[in-house]
Design a protein around this ligand. Structure first.
Ligand SMILES: [Mn+2]
Length: 287
């Protein structure tokens, strides 16, 4: 089976301290990934979201890109297409999931699996780095960066009960407090290691989306990230667990963020990206 898919590429790095992931989509396309996918998925298209060049402030660039991204995701869904968003740094999550919310008829409810080494629950007052890719989940939940409010964040915001964070092993105290206060479900890496990913992950019963920050994966398996954290999910285990989830008709969109080609080792992370894209575009087929 193949899906009618649109790969929505956002080559943005302004949300991260390490801007290498701005080149992620370009490197994937140049290496022939899209052409190979298109052989088995005839109805797959590629859409580049424009990203303004500096010297605009990071928040301005991220807000513009996320607004265009939200429109692209909503547009794809309204045409019955499956959006696969590739970054770019994880600030794009604000655009992707605002767009999905926009595409669904009210109440527009969907669950969101947020697979990440970090919590992405900072706001400008708590973030040590000020990097926007550490803030998208807080933003989607309504604690929005002032320069992004009304542009990149859904109104009304997502509710914490929609979101499950998985693979978390690096965070600041303020993020943990925010997650605890808001009742966000957090499955830490210790639990994934103890129970196995498939057992630890709650299966959504209705429509859902998946956002994968590649730094959730162990850096041995996915070295091409800007913020690596040791002790992550094994790539093979992640692929095995995601395969049935991505094949489900309830899965509405996939996002993969933080692919930073300058850090790749022997094309390992690019190959993993290709496997993930194939799983989403050709659900149920061996890849
Ligand atoms: Mn992230």
């Amino acid at each position: 089976m193949t899906r009618r898919c649109t790969i929505i590429a956002v080559g943005i790095g302004q949300g991260a301290r390490d801007p290498g992931c701005a080149r992620g989509p370009e490197v994937l396309k140049q290496s022939g990934v899209f052409d190979r996918l298109a052989i088995r998925s005839p109805d797959i298209t590629w859409h580049d979201v424009p990203v303004a060049a500096s010297p605009a402030s990071p928040a301005t660039v991220v807000a513009q890109a996320c607004d265009a991204l939200a429109g692209a995701v909503a547009g794809a869904r309204s045409q019955g297409r499956f959006p696969i968003v590739i970054g770019g740094d994880h600030s794009i999550a604000m655009g992707t999931w605002s767009g999905l919310r926009r595409a669904l008829a009210p109440p527009g409810r969907f669950d969101l699996l947020w697979i990440d080494a970090h919590m992405d629950c900072h706001d400008p007052s708590t973030s040590p780095s000020g990097a926007l890719h550490g803030m998208p989940l807080a933003c989607l939940l309504g604690r929005c960066h002032p320069q992004l409010a009304g542009v990149a964040c859904p109104a009304p915001p997502l509710t914490p009960s929609q979101v499950t964070l998985v693979g978390v092993r690096s965070f600041e105290r303020e993020e943990d407090a925010f997650a605890h206060r808001s009742g966000l479900r957090v499955i830490r890496m210790e639990e994934v290691t103890a129970r196995g990913l498939a057992a630890a992950l709650p299966l959504p019963s209705g429509p859902f989306g998946v956002t994968l920050d590649l730094d959730a994966i162990d850096p041995k398996d996915a070295p091409a990230v800007g913020s690596p954290v040791p002790g992550g999910i094994a790539a093979a285990e992640l692929l095995e667990t995601l395969r049935p989830l991505l094949a489900s008709p309830n899965c509405l969109a996939l996002e993969i963020a933080e692919f930073s080609p300058p850090h790749d080792v022997g094309g390992k992370t690019a190959a993993l990206m290709e496997s993930l894209l194939a799983m989403a575009a050709q659900p149920g087929e061996p890849s």
